[in-house]
Design a binder for this molecule. Sequence first.
Ligand SMILES: Cc1cc2nc3c(=O)[nH]c(=O)nc-3n(C[C@H](O)[C@H](O)[C@H](O)COP(=O)(O)O)c2cc1C
Length: 175
Amino acid sequence: MAKAAVMAVERGADFIDLNLGCPLDAITRRGGGAVLLERPRRVGEIVATLRAAVEVPISIKVRTGWRDEKPTAIPVARAAVDAGADAIIVHGRSRAQRYRRPTDWAFIGEVRAAVEVPVIGNGDIAGPADLNEKRALSGCDGVKVARAALVKPWIFGELREGVVRDLSSRERCRS
Ligand SMILES: Cc1cc2nc3c(=O)[nH]c(=O)nc-3n(C[C@H](O)[C@H](O)[C@H](O)COP(=O)(O)O)c2cc1C
C-alpha cells in the first residue's frame, strides 16, 4: 500500500483515497475493499503505514458496513482518524445491500458526529434539491457524486449554483 501511495504521489497525486467500499467478490475475497470494514484495527494499521509514507492528505471511503445489521463504519472511521486520516467519505449503504435501498444519510450524520475530520457523504445525489436535503440531514461537510455524473456530467455546476439546467442536445455534447 505504501509503495503504491508513493508511486501515485510521485506521479502527481495530491491526495490518497483508500477504497474500503468496493463490493466486488474479486477484490473482497483477497482481503481488500469492503471486507476491511470488518477489521477496524487493520484499517488503522494501513492508514498509519500510508501516513508514514506520504505527506499528501489521506481519506478513506467506506460503506456503512459489510452487513446491514452490523454497521462498522464508525469504529473503522475512528481507527483511520486516530492513525492520521484527514477525511472520511461515507457511502450510506452496506456491502450486502448493494444499490437496493436508498442511502442512509442519517447514518452518515452519525459518522459525522463521531470524528473531528471532514466527512463527505455519498449516495443518491442527483441535483441541488438532494444536496440541500442530504446535507441538512447529515451535517456532512461535502458530498461525492458518482452515477449522476455519468448521466449528466454538468451536475457539478448545478450543485455549485443551486439550479437544475435543462441543456439542449448540443450543450450536452459540449459539456
Ligand atoms: C461504474 C461505477 C464504478 C465505481 N467505481 C468506484 C471506485 O473505483 N471507487 C469507489 O470508491 N467507488 C466506486 N463506485 C461507487 C461510487 O463511488 C459511489 O460510492 C456509489 O455509486 C454511490 O454514489 P451515487 O449514488 O452518487 O452513485 C463506483 C460506482 C459505479 C456506478
